[in-house]
Ligand binder design. Sequence first.
Ligand code: 18C
Length: 247
Amino acid sequence: AVHTRDQVELPPPTIDNRLTVHPLWTEIDRISTEQMQAAFEGVGGEIGWQLFAEEGDMRMYRREMEVDGMVMDPLKAMHKVRGVSAREMCHYFFNPRYRYEWETTLETMTIVEEVSSDAMVFHQTFKRIWPASQRDALFWSHVRAAPGNTYAVINHSTTNQEYPPNSGACIRLFVTVCLACRSSYPAGEEPTRENITTSIAYCSTVNPGGWAPAGVLRAVYKREYPKFLKRFTGYVAEQCRDKPLAI
Ligand code: 18C
């Protein structure tokens, strides 16, 4: 088969062998499995999820949670996007080449380690929000396929001796994110840009890592999450428009 450069770099359909022999593998596998399971569970049955943003097919829920006075509200968002596959969605979320084009909170991004075709370690600094200190994060990122036209990207904080926390101007924050996507198309038809729909579940928990005023933090949260999900899904739809569908 003839592959374009882009197709070769799409998330692999099975786990890369280089990842399974890496020291992070056990943790990556455990957290990814847990996160993907939780992502597809509804918010209806659980108590405490409150809807805070709704626009078209997008719904965002949060659960108010404070630990030692620090806001750590878990977020869960659902969305539906037509004309792109789960694999394409995850490709643009995982691949650092596109990150500056959709991630508006970013100041810098460094690739700390290229583990395999489906796992990387990143260091990122974020734009500073007055009056709080600037934040940074160090996390592994893993993309994987699951049965039923499903792909997901899981990001989770880690450590690295060359990137010690709270050593410069930044306070280290801790993040667990899962973007889980599932494509569907009419039974008996071949999938095309015209008939494919991808359901997205995005879950995120950010521990600010140090003092941040609760009011400012919840205001940023309320503004930035809907902005992110609309911008990211719009970006992917735009990027895919004239490319052949990759399932
Ligand atoms: O998942 C997303 N992006 C991924 C790729 O970058 C990755 C990133 C995770 C880090 C998320 C934490 C971002 C904190 C940003 C703080 C500064 C924002 C400044 C913006 C001002 C223009 O998984 C998409 C992530 C979408 C992020 C939405 C914002 C979430 C805010 C959560 C509170 C942050 C607390 C720390 C700051 C304290 C300041 C009062």
